[in-house]
Write a protein that binds this ligand. Structure first.
Ligand code: SAM
Ligand code: SF4
Length: 325
């Protein structure tokens, strides 16, 4: 399905919970009120929406949160979504805390790949960023996922004055393990507004200075806008997701489904299309028709671009934990 600007929309991120077991300083630094349980989309409702989205042209799904692995039945939901014939890939973004305990079930249910968020290799800095002393658990989950044969990508957000100098150790992981690491520029969404992003342009220059033989990669690594490089002979690659210093709106391919059943056309703006009302009030063919219309409406409402550099134009006020990244 093409949007108004000729972009193919084939990817949907699905937040299955607004709760989390960490408190990352740029995402959910303190406890905030959660959705009442009855406002959460049920797994049946998520499947129903995904089936209709697949009919319209969505082929790739990403399960996110909050922290997706704290909602029970997440692996089984993935199994159900994998049965939709048009869906070619179901992946997940997790902080990794509960990953090892669910690894077997996730593999059994057909999870295609996992993104694990990891901003630091220093236990004190990890605690400073996430509020919890859980780094070894995440590191172990990364190793176990690789051993289980699951493709792994790490998501890293660098913050000035906190972990901005950790990139040399982090990129070494790509030499040690068959994993990609992607540096995501901090976006001015929610608590992220309080921090200035570490520029990926400058980061790339620093990496090139350390590794003059760094090679740009042409192959496609995922569903997103990351640009990849590789240290020669490394097992994995280094990606850059540069929402601020490398705007990629012209290739944006995604919709975001919130845990309470709204479709969000763009991260920058508060606009959303509510699915919960037709989902819960309509029946049979009418339910199908209404949900299809709402998905098409969200695609048609996708703006040409974000305006993250003009703060007055950012209308989204929710924290990232309620959006899903
Ligand atoms: N809890 C899961 C996790 O941490 O991977 C999934 C949800 S989390 C919101 C998804 C991703 O969004 C994480 O990699 C996180 O680092 C990133 N994120 C959160 N706030 C951000 C911000 N303001 N700018 C850029 N990335 C952000
Ligand atoms: Fe939780 Fe992920 Fe947000 Fe951290 S980034 S608080 S792990 S939802």
């Amino acid at each position: 399905m093409k949007d108004h600007y000729g972009r193919t929309i084939d990817y949907m991120r699905i937040s299955i919970t607004d709760r989390c077991n960490l408190q990352c300083r740029y995402c959910m630094p303190h406890k905030i009120p959660h959705l009442p349980k009855e406002h959460l989309l049920t797994y049946e409702e998520i499947q129903f929406i995904c089936q209709i989205a697949a009919d319209i042209g969505i082929t790739k799904l990403k399960i996110t949160g909050g922290e997706p692995l704290i909602r029970s039945g997440c692996p089984q939901l993935i199994g159900k979504l994998k049965t939709i014939p048009e869906i070619t890939q179901v992946t997940m973004t997790t902080n990794g805390i509960n990953l090892e305990q669910h690894l077997h079930e996730l593999k059994e249910n057909g999870l295609d790949a996992v993104n694990i968020s990891l901003d630091t290799l220093n236990p004190q800095v990890y605690q400073q960023i996430t509020g919890k002393d859980q780094l070894p658990k995440v590191q172990n989950a990364i190793i176990q996922s690789i051993k289980a044969g699951l493709p792994v990508k790490l998501n890293t957000v660098l913050q000035t004055g906190i972990n901005e100098n950790e990139w040399p150790q982090l990129i070494k992981l790509t030499q040690q393990y068959p994993i990609d690491i992607r540096f995501i520029e901090m976006m001015p969404i929610g608590y992220g507004k309080q921090y200035s992003p570490v520029s990926n342009t400058q980061l790339l220059q620093q990496i090139q200075a350390m590794y003059p033989e760094l090679q740009k990669e042409q192959s496609i690594h995922g569903n997103g806008p990351a640009v990849y490089y590789k240290i020669p002979e490394a097992k994995g690659s280094i990606g850059f997701i540069s929402a601020i210093h490398g705007k990629f709106c012209q290739t944006c391919n995604r919709l975001r489904l919130s845990a309470h059943g709204s479709l969000k056309p763009c991260l920058c703006y508060e606009d959303q299309v509510d699915l919960i009302e037709p989902l819960r009030t309509c029946k049979g063919k009418q339910r199908e028709y209404q949900i299809k219309e709402k998905i098409l409406q969200a695609i048609n409402q996708k703006p040409k671009e974000h305006h993250f550099t003009q703060s007055a134009q950012i209308t989204e006020t929710k924290p990232m934990v309620q959006i899903g990244g």
